[in-house]
Design a binder for this molecule. Structure first.
Ligand SMILES: Cc1cc2nc3c(=O)[nH]c(=O)nc-3n(C[C@H](O)[C@H](O)[C@H](O)COP(=O)(O)O)c2cc1C
Length: 411
């Protein structure tokens, strides 16, 4: 082998020194290439009890694990030699435009995960042109969400009570603030058993015990933010004088039925979506009531454990009710490919819970922006690689569900 000294002109093209990024948060967020990467950052920066409250699910967490497994167990079938120089991820959902086929799911206690809470979520959703859903148990007021997302789509999630005055008080405020859609969550007749929270001795607000103080030492920013911002409160509920435990007991009303749903539907001026549908018969009944949409969801695995996998329900539900009713889906979405697969099997729209909260915990507003950016890039790239340039071109032919978790036919 004959050697020679390298010449500058040979080295030049190899030299690619980037200006260093001095902003630590930007550096951190740019280093995250997937939602799992954001999750790892979030875990390092958030006290354990708050992180586990977010990440955990009910009982043995089988519902959530299976929902994620089902997404992993799909096989895509691409088409070749299509012009995919441009991709269009926009669509119309519940009578309005969305820039991408996902929105931010309603989550309670959001300011506990990171102090910017719903303001970060709604601001990021506004910038990206996707809907933001505020929970009844949200920690930012309906009107404040509207203020950060004044021209975009705001949805309000209702935990319905038999006490119609209380339900109405909330719904009226959301309507007055111009929220266009009501999501009525129906999978919480009682709270699911979140064992991580029990084991962590989790409480709201977090208590300063010896354990939490030690856990706080490597996470100073969270505590500084927590202690120097408005105390946690359910901003949409009128003054609550009891404990949080008592509030939760009244929040979930096990006596609510289809009649109550019909009543609320009559009161609400906008679009109505029922969130937490888990079988075909219920989907049909809701469609016959004339609801605008249903969300196939098991609440991110936080309620019934061993619940049906929403992604598996999708084809049959779409076949039965999809002509009259929009079918949406959540639970387990960790990548843009999960969203593309859901759209291919007929979901009009999807929602992200933890994927959003991991971004929030990793870096507040910019962290949520990063979540949306990662998912958007993954959706666009997956569509291109499948050979489609619009969402309408996605069909069930693009997705095969591999067999591992598919239910056996009933005898
Ligand atoms: C921390 C947390 C709080 C939640 N709070 C609510 C809530 O107040 N109301 C509601 O309808 N759903 C709530 N959900 C469920 C989400 O709206 C959504 O259905 C679920 O997170 C989707 O699953 P994913 O987290 O795997 O995306 C919550 C989920 C999480 C993770």
């Amino acid at each position: 082998m004959k050697r020679r000294l390298p010449k500058y002109k040979d080295l030049r093209p190899l030299m690619n020194f980037k200006a260093p990024e001095f902003d630590a948060k930007k550096r951190r967020l740019q280093s995250a290439l997937t939602i799992s990467d954001l999750r790892d950052i979030a875990k390092r920066r958030t006290p354990r009890a708050a992180f586990d409250y977010t990440e955990g699910a009910a009982e043995a967490e089988i519902s959530l694990a299976r929902a994620r497994q089902a997404f992993e167990d799909i096989e895509f079938t691409p088409s070749i030699l299509r012009d995919v120089s441009k991709v269009d991820m926009t669509s119309e959902v519940l009578g309005g435009p969305v820039a991408m086929p996902f929105g931010i799911a309603p989550t309670g206690f959001t300011r506990m995960m990171q102090s910017e809470g719903e303001i970060a979520g709604a601001g990021a959703a506004a910038a990206a042109g996707i809907p933001f859903a505020l929970s009844t148990m949200g920690t930012t007021a309906i009107e404040d969400v509207k203020a950060v997302n004044p021209n975009g789509r705001n949805w309000f999630q209702l935990y319905m009570w038999k006490d119609r005055d209380r339900s109405m008080a909330l719904v009226d405020r959301a309507a007055a603030a111009g929220f266009d859609t009501l999501l009525v969550t129906v999978d919480v007749p009682v709270a699911g058993a979140r064992l991580r929270d029990k084991r962590n001795g989790f409480s709201i607000p977090p208590q300063l015990t010896a354990g939490t103080v030690i856990n706080a030492i490597p996470r100073p920013e969270w505590w500084v933010n927590f202690l120097t911002t408005e105390p946690l409160a359910f901003a949409s509920l009128d003054r609550w004088s009891g404990t949080v435990g008592e509030l939760l007991d009244t929040m979930f009303d096990p006596t609510v039925t289809f009649d109550d749903l019909a009543w609320i539907k009559d009161q609400w001026p906008g679009k109505l979506v029922v969130k937490g549908v888990q079988n075909v018969d219920d989907a049909k009944r809701l469609a016959s009531m004339g609801v605008d949409g249903i969300t196939l969801s098991n609440h991110g695995g936080r309620q019934l454990d061993r619940a049906p996998i929403p992604f598996h329900l999708l084809p049959e539900v779409v076949r039965e009710v999809g002509m009259d009713t929009e079918v949406h889906l959540d639970t387990g979405i960790m990548s843009g490919a999960d969203i593309v697969a859901s759209v291919a099997l007929g979901a009009r729209f999807t929602m992200i819970g933890r994927a959003y909260l991991y971004g929030l915990m990793a870096g507040g507003r910019e962290g949520v922006d990063r979540t949306i950016e990662i998912l958007g890039d993954q959706i666009a790239r997956t569509m291109r690689l499948l050979g489609v340039s619009t969402l309408e071109e996605l069909t069930p032919k693009h997705v095969t569900q591999l067999e591992r978790l598919v239910p056996r036919p009933r005898a």
